[in-house]
Every structure is written in C-alpha cells, then in structure tokens.
Ligand binder design. Structure first.
Ligand SMILES: CC(C)(COP(=O)(O)OP(=O)(O)OC[C@H]1O[C@@H](n2cnc3c(N)ncnc32)[C@H](O)[C@@H]1OP(=O)(O)O)[C@@H](O)C(=O)NCCC(=O)NCCS
Length: 341
C-alpha cells in the first residue's frame, strides 16, 4: 500500500465532512402487475415447469406493461422508501439509479426520476448490472459520510423483458422486471459495513448485449439487441467465487457468520443461493431472501425487492444484521453487511 501524499498544498482548502456513519433508513418496491408463470414461458420455449423450477427455483416472474416504465416503477418504489424513512422527497439531495435497461444513452434515468419525485439534487446512473444496487449503496454510504450528500436515494430498476429474447431457451425464463429503492442517511452508529467489490472483464462475454447498437441498427432488417448469457460458467463463478467474496465481506465488517440474521444475495438462481449458504456456513436460523421464486431475476432491483419482501412479510425485522451481495454482467460484484431499516 502506498503512503498518503503529505506534500503541502498552496491553499488550505475546506473539505466536506458528513456524519460518522451512514444507514439505510427506508426501503420500498414496485412490482409490475402482470404475472407470467412457467406455463406461459413454455409457450415461447421448449421447456417445462418442472425443469425451470428445479434448475432455477423460479415459479413466476413479473413483466412490465407499457405504462410501467423504468421511471414510473422507480418513482413508485422511491416514494415508499422516502415515506418509510420519515422524509419528504425534497430532502433527497442525491439520486443514484442502478439499471441496464434505461433505453436512453442520455439523459440519465436518475435526472428524470429526481425531477418526477420533486428534488433538484444530484442525479446519475450506475451501470453495474446485477451488482448495481450494492454499488449504489457503497456510493451512498461514501457520499453521506463525506458530507457530499445528506440523504441519498439508491434505486435498482429493470425492465429486462425489453432486452430478453422470448425464444432464447437459456434466458427467457430467468429475467424479469421491477424496482426497489433505499434511502441512505446519516447515522451515529455503524450500519453499513465496508464493501468488498471488484470486476473481471476477461469474462465480459458471459453475459452481454448481443451486439452494439451501431451494428444492430446497420443489420438488414435492423435487429433489436438482446441479452445473451452463457449460463453454466456464470453459475459456477457465482456459486464458488461469490461465496468467497461474501466470506471476505463478513471478515471486513468484523462480523462472524453466526451473527448474520438475514442473507440476501442477488436473486440469480435458487441453487446459487443454496450453494452460497452451504459455503458460508450461516446459522440455521438465518432468514434467506428467496424472492426469485415468485419474481425471477430482476438484476439491479433484485436485492432491494427481496429485502422489502422479507420486511413487509415480517420474516425479517428492522435492526437485524443482513449480508447482501450482488453479482452479474461485467463480470462485477459487490457485497456489504448492513443493518436493516
Ligand atoms: C441458466 C441455468 C438455469 C441453466 O442451468 P444449467 O444447469 O447450467 O443447465 P445447462 O445450460 O448446463 O443445460 C443442462 C441441460 O438442460 C437443457 N436446457 C437448457 N435450457 C433449458 C430450458 N430452458 N428448458 C429445458 N431444458 C433446458 C440443456 O439443453 C442441457 O441439456 P443436455 O444435458 O441434454 O445437453 C443456470 O446455468 C444458471 O442459472 N446460470 C446462472 C444464471 C445467472 O445467474 N444469471 C444472471 C447472473 S446475474
């Protein structure tokens, strides 16, 4: 590790400082109305309800209707999170939107969503696929602790049905839509642990858009790009490498496996969740996010959606210690230990 630079500067700059710690103050979600069961999926691909359930754990997923846009779902989830945090939308001074399905290159979804909510705070998008929410959480934690922001809104939102080929047997049954939001603000006690994150661009081809927009548009006829996934190597990477990253997340937070009360990994595949549970040796009593069963893989939205399901059903409670870890296309990953709002 290199030493901090202590060369004197010409002027004594003022720097910002926030609270000593940050905390998730409220979580909200939006799930599209339309339920798509495995029987409907099997009208598009050669598969069976039994294969989909046993290989992925998915029974149903939600697909957004035309009016359930990235913006509409985000604003709905955010309003709930802000209200549960006991705040007003105008209190939010930074909006971070994690998504890979906002179909405008620019402006950001965050700027539009901030305006729809009624805040003029800083706004930007994060492209970190299924790790996007955890990336956003780390940015929010840092912004609040440095004083760059007081109340940061982190939204994970996807309309993966827009970029999924219905006839692709390896992905049509997995991807789904929804939005989850969290408000992060100052805290006098530690409530968001250090992040463990990273990337492996050498494996970027395993989950990726089929082709760039210029080539897709130049094709005759133009081809709408879709997600392509080589599921088996992704499965192995997620089940083994991500379990190690999750263990490192616990170590960096100074929390032992048996202190974890709630475990919410990215909802990629129920078998990945089970493999991580076994590798981490979490206690039998741990409450596990298994949202994938009824809501499929919603990428950046999956972790806040799963937490909200556990909190609203009463399976998990405010104040519990929760391990979260997101992982996906890039490949990228990020994990933290957080205290539930
Ligand atoms: C996609 C996934 C469920 C497929 O499961 P898998 O056990 O890896 O399946 P495989 O691709 O090895 O295929 C196994 C068999 O099932 C068949 N199969 C594949 N897709 C099928 C489908 N939709 N329905 C029925 N059979 C299918 C294959 O043809 C193969 O048959 P064979 O043994 O006769 O050759 C799994 O790889 C996965 O979940 N990967 C990770 C996905 C993920 O996490 N993505 C997001 C990361 S963010």
């Amino acid at each position: 590790m290199t030493e901090p630079d202590d060369r004197p500067t010409r002027s004594a700059l003022l720097t910002s400082t926030g609270g000593p710690y940050a905390r998730v103050l409220g979580i909200g979600s939006y799930r599209p109305r339309r339920v798509v069961d495995n029987a409907e999926i099997c009208t598009f691909i050669d598969s069976s309800d039994e294969w989909i359930r046993t290989r992925s754990g998915i029974r149903e997923r939600r697909w957004a209707s035309p009016d359930e846009t990235v913006q509409m779902m985000s604003v709905s989830a955010a309003r709930i999170a802000i209200e549960r945090a006991g705040l007003d939308p105008a209190d939010i001074d930074t909006v971070i939107v994690a998504t890979v399905t906002h179909l405008y290159q620019t402006p950001s979804a965050a700027a539009i969503i901030a305006s729809a909510l009624g805040t003029k705070g800083a706004a930007f998008d994060v492209s970190a696929a299924c790790a996007g929410f955890c990336y956003g959480l780390t940015l929010a934690d840092s912004l609040v602790r440095t004083g760059a922001s007081t109340y940061t809104l982190v939204i994970g939102v996807e309309r993966l049905s827009d970029i999924t080929s219905r006839s692709d047997r390896s992905s049509a049954f997995i991807f789904a839509d929804g939005a989850g939001a969290a408000v992060v603000g100052p805290s006098n006690v530690p409530a968001i642990g250090p992040v463990v994150w990273g990337s492996d661009g050498e494996q970027s081809g395993l989950i990726a858009q089929s082709e760039p927009w210029d080539r897709a548009m130049a094709a005759e006829p133009p081809q709408w790009p879709v997600m392509k996934m080589d599921g088996n190597p992704v499965f192995k990477w997620a089940a083994f490498t991500m379990a190690k990253a999750a263990a490192e997340t616990l170590a960096r937070a100074g929390v032992s496996a048996d202190e974890i009360e709630v475990f919410v990994p990215h909802q990629a595949n129920m078998r990945i969740t089970d493999a991580m549970l076994r590798a981490l040796k979490l206690p039998e009593s741990v409450v596990v996010g298994r949202d994938i069963e009824w809501h499929g893989n919603t990428s950046a939205a999956s972790i806040p959606l799963a937490i909200d399901t556990l909190l609203t059903s009463g399976e998990a409670r405010s104040g519990q210690t929760c391990l979260v870890i997101g992982f996906g296309a890039g490949l990228v990953y990020a994990g933290q230990v957080i205290v539930l709002p």
